[in-house]
Design a protein around this ligand. Structure first.
Ligand SMILES: [Zn+2]
Length: 238
């Protein structure tokens, strides 16, 4: 559903007054969001900014910020909105974001979303929010059909990559098992957590002046879904 398709400027204007794309991707576990990010990074030639990666990088560098992040994480605390916002603001000043960027895993809270929009508009960014929507029953079916060989680690799927002999590894005949992360109850919990966290953000973007698209990601193969996303963006493809 295109909430404000008329607001999209199509095709970059030669001469440099085109607005820069800030693509914000949302999608539950199992929606293929990671795959889409990768395809879009390549096709658009813009970097993906992952707050998870940035936090890990600060820790790795042992910076003052990194040490305080590490302490919070060790005591099971969330890293504060303020800190994450500062890291993102700093990252957006790097020259590789000049042509645009894709955000993954940010914003996570309404406060982060407000700060982000406050950064983007004055700097000439056009925010486009894409929500990959999937039928939860389809995701649960997809994930809970996964099986792994405990011996060699090969992954199977009851529907998309079944073993030749049901329940047995093709390579070594070992009995296949369901990984803990793929148990239906665990998948349901992750989906519920995602819905609780994301729904207020989607509402927030729906009411903002930015463009929000909700795309059904249940059926299309990744390449087809990526074309659909690219078709919505106010930029030239590379
Ligand atoms: Zn095996």
């Amino acid at each position: 559903m295109a909430v404000n398709p008329a607001g999209v400027e199509r095709a970059a204007v030669p001469g440099g007054n085109a607005r820069r794309l800030a693509l914000i991707l949302f999608g539950p576990p199992g929606s293929g969001k990671g795959t889409q990010s990768k395809i879009l990074v390549e096709r658009l030639g813009i970097p993906q900014i992952s707050t998870g990666d940035m936090l890990r990088e600060e820790i790795r560098r042992g910076s003052a910020i990194g040490r305080s992040i590490e302490e919070r994480m060790k005591s099971g605390l969330l890293v504060s909105d303020d800190l994450v916002n500062r890291l993102v603001a700093e990252r957006l000043r790097q020259p590789d974001t000049a042509g645009g960027f894709i955000l993954d895993g940010y914003p996570r809270t309404r406060q982060q979303a407000e700060v982000l929009l406050g950064l983007l508009a004055p700097a000439g960014w056009t925010a486009v929010v894409i929500h990959l929507v999937v039928n939860y029953n389809i995701i649960i079916g997809r994930i809970s059909g996964r099986r792994q060989c405990p011996q060699c680690g090969t992954l199977y799927n009851d529907t998309s990559r079944p073993p030749r002999v049901p329940g047995q590894c093709d390579r070594d005949g070992e009995a296949l098992v369901v990984r803990d992360d793929d148990r239906e109850s665990v998948v349901r919990e992750r989906l519920d957590a995602y819905r609780q966290q994301t729904q207020p953000l989607i509402e927030f973007f729906r009411q903002s002046d930015d463009v929000l698209y909700e795309l059904d990601a249940s059926q299309d193969p990744p390449a087809v879904l990526a074309e659909k996303i690219l078709g919505l963006l106010p930029v030239k493809k590379v």
